[in-house]
Ligand binder design. Structure first.
Ligand SMILES: C[S@@+](CC[C@H](N)C(=O)[O-])C[C@H]1O[C@@H](n2cnc3c(N)ncnc32)[C@H](O)[C@@H]1O
Length: 400
């Protein structure tokens, strides 16, 4: 059998093994990772090839599944056509695409050539939760492979640039946020010395823009109430500077251990990990709440199929509870930032409306910078298309 035929068979076998799970398993990304890691014969290029083919399959599942049932070889060719053009996929794609026109960049263009409906690539419940997602630009952005964004966390841009250039990696600085670099090469940047020295962290540009919408003066004392592994904690710690302080809290001890490692690598000594629920009052509290993750569908496309309106409603209830709990830690005159990585109004605008109705001593604060995003009157929906980011929501409130 030809190399391509063999690769196609492997892809179809892996897809068949994963198919029962991509509509059901919220931990599908881990399942896919484990399945690929189990393939002893795979080199790193094989792993990249099959990961891209499988993610493409899940991203375009409503177009691919009927083809898998009807004609697996045609399904494999369609996936190859839709997959990103990367060093790891190039030869495979070329072998499959000889008689097809180039794949258009837009979802509408792809849909037209495949005689498919663009609409079915998003779950119907999102129509009410985020009607903007159906605009051509957002639909395209939601179906692009997510870029690799770094947050530069030292003034030493030159050292990073020097090592990247020496490794042959290209990058660009974001036009809206100079601390954010997009890596344009397929690179494992975590193997670089400059990463090990803590000069940058991997963080989506949209995630970085959340705190860039707020004026956070040096010297303030903040609580990161849902700190996780600390993506935003480290950014906050840099903003408040050595004269300020960030307490990082989360209910997951393992995440806080990772946070402490990252803070150590970055040389940030103004972060304290708080496993126990913090008391006292802070100049500011960040509630980066657990959510449906609908803003991260570019990285986790299975969530399009596993998330239900009932889950969204449960998240909204929990988010309001978390805000009630942690808003008590904001000093009078201090600020509360609410953020999610969700596109759903129920988890964003509606949670804010409910919170403001319950807690009249909080009032919305206009963003310091809006980056062109549209306000809902309280916060900003960071939609993917404008700056090629994941989707987020951020609102800042002040306590009277
Ligand atoms: C969206 S993630 C945080 C991501 C993180 N801020 C970052 O920038 O990488 C939400 C976090 O909330 C945490 N969480 C869930 N329930 C919580 C609670 N009751 N109190 C504190 N943290 C909680 C989860 O463990 C999770 O790490």
């Amino acid at each position: 059998m030809s190399v391509t035929g063999n690769q196609r068979q492997i892809f179809l076998r892996l897809a068949a093994e994963l198919r029962p799970h991509w509509h059901r398993d919220a931990a599908f990304a881990q399942r896919l990772h484990t399945l690929i890691a189990r393939q002893r014969a795979f080199g790193s290029r094989d792993r990249r090839l099959y990961r891209e083919l499988l993610y493409t399959t899940v991203r375009y599942a409503p177009w691919i599944e009927p083809r898998l049932d009807r004609d697996p070889v045609e399904a494999a060719a369609t996936v190859a056509w839709l997959a990103a053009d990367l060093p790891a996929t190039r030869a495979y794609r070329l072998a499959h695409l000889a008689d097809r026109p180039p794949c258009p960049a837009s979802v509408a263009g792809k849909a037209a050539l495949l005689h498919e409906a663009p609409d079915i690539l998003l779950p119907a419940w999102l129509k009410e939760e985020c009607p903007q997602a159906w605009s051509e630009l957002e639909l395209d952005a939601l179906h692009r492979r997510a870029p690799l964004w770094l947050r530069i966390q030292s003034g030493d841009h030159a050292a990073i640039a020097a090592e990247f250039a020496a490794s042959g990696w290209t990058w660009r600085t974001s036009s809206v946020h100079p601390e954010a670099w997009e890596v344009l090469a397929e690179a494992d940047v975590t193997q670089s010395q400059v990463f090990k020295q803590g000069l940058f962290e991997i963080q989506d540009l949209g995630s970085q823009l959340i705190l860039a919408t707020v004026d956070i003066p040096a010297g303030e004392r903040w609580l990161d109430a849902c700190a996780g592994a600390g993506g935003k904690t480290l950014q906050l710690a840099r903003l408040v500077g050595p004269g300020g302080k960030v307490d990082a809290h989360d209910i997951r001890p393992a995440a806080l251990t990772e946070l402490a490692t990252r803070a150590g690598r970055a040389g940030l000594r103004n972060i304290s990990v708080r496993q126990a629920e913090p008391d006292g009052l802070y100049d500011g509290v960040l509630v980066d709440a657990p959510c449906s993750g609908s803003g991260t569908w570019r990285r986790a496309p299975h969530l399009k199929w596993t998330t239900t309106p009932e889950q969204i409603a449960r998240h909204a209830t929990a988010q309001l509870d978390l805000l009630g709990q942690f808003s008590a830690r904001v000093r009078p005159g201090g600020r509360l930032i609410y953020a999610t990585c969700s596109l759903a109004r129920s988890e964003n605008t509606k949670v804010m409306e409910a919170f403001l109705a319950q807690q009249p001593e909080f009032t919305p604060v206009a963003p310091m910078a809006g980056f062109g995003y549209v306000s809902d009157g309280v916060g900003l929906a960071i939609l993917p298309a404008a700056h090629d980011t994941d989707g987020f929501y951020v609102a800042t409130l002040r306590r009277s």
